[in-house]
Design a protein around this ligand. Structure first.
Ligand code: SF4
Length: 103
């Protein structure tokens, strides 16, 4: 039930602030969304992270997630905890890397 609420909350967040990157390029565009919202009591992130590792829009996804304060699920190759622990300086470094990639 908790997982369903988290998934619903995340989907509402996505609907209200659509990602500004091309979702057609996302490695996960045909993946099972539930893999990205693992059970808190038995988290298994391996499958989701395997998609993220090869994703061409990983940086865009990560920046979108922390810019829009998406707290649930795996985005941009980071778990919820990893995103929460990112300092402003680390987030700035990711934005800078993304900007450099876009040039
Ligand atoms: S980084 Fe991960 S969650 Fe984000 S679009 Fe790519 S595969 Fe999906």
């Amino acid at each position: 039930m908790q997982k369903e609420k988290e998934l619903e909350h995340a989907l509402k967040k996505i609907a209200s602030s659509a990602p500004d990157f091309d979702l057609d390029l996302a490695s996960c565009n045909k993946a099972n969304p539930e893999d990205f919202f693992p059970d808190r009591n038995n988290p298994s992130w391996d499958r989701a992270l395997s998609y993220c590792r090869k994703c061409p829009v990983q940086l865009e996804c990560l920046v979108w997630a922390f810019t829009n304060k998406v707290s649930e699920g795996i985005w941009g190759g980071k778990t919820e905890e990893e995103r929460k622990k990112m300092t402003p300086s680390q987030r700035g470094a990711v934005r800078k890397k993304l900007n450099a990639q876009r040039r």
